[in-house]
Structures are given as C-alpha cells and as structure tokens.
Design a protein around this ligand. Structure first.
Ligand SMILES: [Zn+2]
Length: 305
C-alpha cells in the first residue's frame, strides 16, 4: 500500500479551529506516524490539480461561484466568518484541497499500475460539478475519472466501483455519476443526518442506510452483507474511508470504536482483493479527536501490521 501525502494537504485555519470541528492538520500527524513506524511508502503528488482540470469538470456557474468568498464559506459551513478575505480562504483551504484532488488522481494512477494506494486527503463526496457543500469544494473522484478518461488510462466502458463508508451519504458522487451505469455505488451511511436528498440516495446501487447510534457490531454485519453483493470485473475501486463513523465524532452520529473502523477498512480491502479490483482509499470526513488514530489503525489493518 502506497500512502499519498503532501504537507500542503494540511488545512491550517489558525484560531478558527475553536469554532470549526475539522482537524485540518490530521494529515500531517498520520503521515508522521506512518513514517515513524515504517508502515508504508509515502508518495507526494507533484503539484496541485490544475485550473484546466478543475474548469473542465465544474459547470460554468460553479466555476464562477468558487471564485467568491460567500459561496465558498457556505460550502465550508462557516458563513458567519465575513471578515476573512478570499485570498486567505484560497491559501488555507482551496489550495490544500486541490493538492488533495491531485493525490486522488495520482493514487488512482498508481492503483491502475498495480500499486494499491491510500490518499490521506480527498474523498470530497458532497461536491459535484454543480455544487460545493458539506466541507467539500471539488469532487476529487469525478475530476480524477475525467482526467483518467482523457489520458486513456480508463475508457468509458470500464466499470468503476465507489465504496463509501464515511458516516454521511455521498450525495456528490451520486450526482456526479447519476447517469453513468458503469459506475457502481455502495454507500453505508447514517440515514438520520445530512444529506437527506432522495434523488441522490436513490442513485446508490447497494445502499446501507443505518439508524442514528448504530454500533460497530451491527455496522460491520451490514457492511459484510453489502460487500458480498459485489462481483468482479471492475477496473478500479475508490473507497471513501471517512472516520466520522467513530463514537467520538461530533457529526457522524454512529458508535464505532477505533478497532471497528480498522475492521471495516480491512473487510472492504479483503473483499476487493478477493475480487481482484485495484484499490484507492481516500480520506473522507472525520472531525473528532480520534480520527488520526483510526486512520493509522486502518492503514495497519489493510497492511496486516
Ligand atoms: Zn462524513
């Protein structure tokens, strides 16, 4: 397993961390421990994703909106911060996320060459070509898919799988691939929280809606059943491995332990390996104090360490 990380992934929002739950510095903590324990090779994306790739993916309206402070702040669920200049947002949030998108693209290229990979950032599953929301500005899977088609590393006939084990439903991925029957969505999510968008929920091929407060045992049983419905023949799998399923997460509303999260990562990966599907894990959400520890446990679990 190769780990994709760049120091620019880290979102340093300074004192604002006291009013916003996201620990944007967790990527560096995870990378430091991966290095310290020699868990895996760390690979850096060479640059952030280009304006060209972004503009090719976003629709015309969103291309304009992302250049303005107010809509970006609303997508980051912080519209009450009017004194922040756009240049600050660009430097502290948008550019780090563009590094995250590049990491997803590079990790996908790596997986297609036979090296399964884990991008510590990315997994921005609430964004789409038409919408930025839920801390997600750029849909990294959609942008990467488009770039891989353009480079010929994927064809339009290739079957792609997205397994979303973040606590939230991946509405942005569902919208992005709404009309693409070659993309299969498996989504395990807390059905009682954001985003409750019926059209995107209905797009999910294998849906596992869970009630608020679901514990690790039930979660893992349901995940297992869903994984058994998958078949082989996919060219690539993206796994949105958000750790906001943890009981200590302030937003996810589920009750998994760190060991449960590691087990979920392991079961997903084992199933994908049985089916011989190249795999890319992506960061996704994770807003609590144990998020970095759960990511490390997940990396160890899939590496059998
Ligand atoms: Zn989430």
């Amino acid at each position: 397993m190769k780990i994709f990380y760049h120091e620019s992934y880290n979102i340093n929002i300074g004192l604002l961390k006291f009013i916003h739950p996201f620990d944007g510095m967790k990527f560096g903590k995870v990378a430091a421990q991966v290095q310290q324990e020699s868990l895996a090779e760390i690979v850096c994306p060479q640059s952030y994703i280009s304006d060209f790739a972004i503009n090719e993916f976003l629709d015309a309206l969103l291309c304009k909106l992302v250049l303005h402070k107010r809509p970006v702040l609303e997508a980051l669920e912080a519209p009450y911060l009017p004194l922040i200049p756009y240049s600050w947002l660009q430097k502290r949030v948008l550019i780090p996320m563009r590094w995250g998108v590049a990491g997803t693209l590079d990790a996908a290229k790596s997986a297609l060459k036979g090296n399964d990979s884990w991008n510590l950032a990315g997994g921005y599953h609430h964004a789409s070509a038409h919408s930025m929301e839920g801390f997600c500005i750029y849909n990294d899977i959609g942008i990467s898919y488009q770039q891989l088609l353009a480079s010929g590393e994927l064809t339009a006939d290739d079957k792609i799988l997205i397994i979303d084990i973040d606590a939230h439903h991946g509405n942005g991925n569902a919208r992005t691939f709404h009309d693409n029957s070659n993309v299969t969505l498996l989504d395990v999510y807390n059905a009682d929280i954001y985003p409750n968008t019926p059209v995107s929920r209905q797009r999910v091929d294998i849906a596992v809606p869970l009630p608020m407060g679901t514990d690790g045992e039930l979660y893992l049983n349901k995940l297992n059943t869903a994984l058994q419905q998958l078949s082989s023949g996919y060219k690539l799998a993206f796994v949105v491995a958000g750790t906001d399923v943890l009981a200590t997460d302030p937003l996810g509303g589920l009750k998994l332990s760190i060991a449960d999260v590691a087990q979920s990562h392991k079961r997903v990966y084992q199933r994908l390996k049985v089916l011989n599907i190249p795999t890319v894990f992506l960061g996704g959400g994770g807003y609590g104090k144990d998020s970095a520890a759960a990511i490390i446990a997940g990396i160890k679990a899939v590496s059998d360490r």
